[in-house]
Design a protein around this ligand. Structure first.
Ligand code: SF4
Length: 119
């Protein structure tokens, strides 16, 4: 039996997942999304990664970025290592990829703010 809290809405339902060999049985959810969340968390947990990259612009030394889609939780540390190697040296608009297909995961890392060129 695994216990977890659904993070999909403010209700924060306390979920229990029982593995009865042939299937996962979820209890405690107030809606169907909780069941899907609990099964995904048990079989393939993912998270959207929000962080920053360094820039060469003194007036904006870091630029916010996020993964375009959710990343398998066990790869987040590896993806952060890739992101930490990036230095943005040109003006970029919001939504621009700074890494495409990071680590072959078919996930882009995109900007979530614009970087104006004031050099
Ligand atoms: S199970 Fe449904 S109601 Fe409960 S926290 Fe998750 S999304 Fe919200």
């Amino acid at each position: 039996m695994k216990e977890l809290i659904c993070i999909l809405c403010p209700n924060g339902c306390a979920l229990s997942v029982a593995d009865d060999q042939s299937e996962l049985a979820v209890t405690g959810q107030k809606c169907k999304r909780g069941q899907e969340f609990a099964i995904a968390e048990t079989t393939n947990p993912t998270r959207t990664l929000c962080t920053t990259v360094k820039t060469s612009f003194p007036e904006m030394p870091v630029l916010p970025v996020r993964s375009a889609t959710a990343i398998p939780k066990e790869r987040i540390f590896d993806v952060m290592t890739e992101i930490n190697q990036i230095l943005v040296t040109e003006a970029l608009s919001s939504g621009t990829p700074v890494i495409t297909n990071v680590l072959g995961l078919s996930i882009d890392i995109i900007t979530t703010a614009s970087l104006e060129n004031t050099h």
